[in-house]
Design a protein around this ligand. Sequence first.
Ligand code: ZN
Length: 68
Amino acid sequence: MTQVPCPTCRGPSSLNRTNRWRPFCSERCRLVDLDGWLAERFVIAGEDAQDDASTDAEEAEQERADDA
Ligand SMILES: [Zn+2]
């Protein structure tokens, strides 16, 4: 049975196919790593969302100006 250090907790993790969370040792460690990855992606997406929000606000102001 091949064992590697779990990327999250550095504990022993099995690469055996019976370990569905490989290369992590458990579902929790796998989710922790995924959360970190998504958090980084979320920061980038959040910046994009802010840009979209400001653009929408500017467009809304222009629409109000057209009405007046
Ligand atoms: Zn682990």
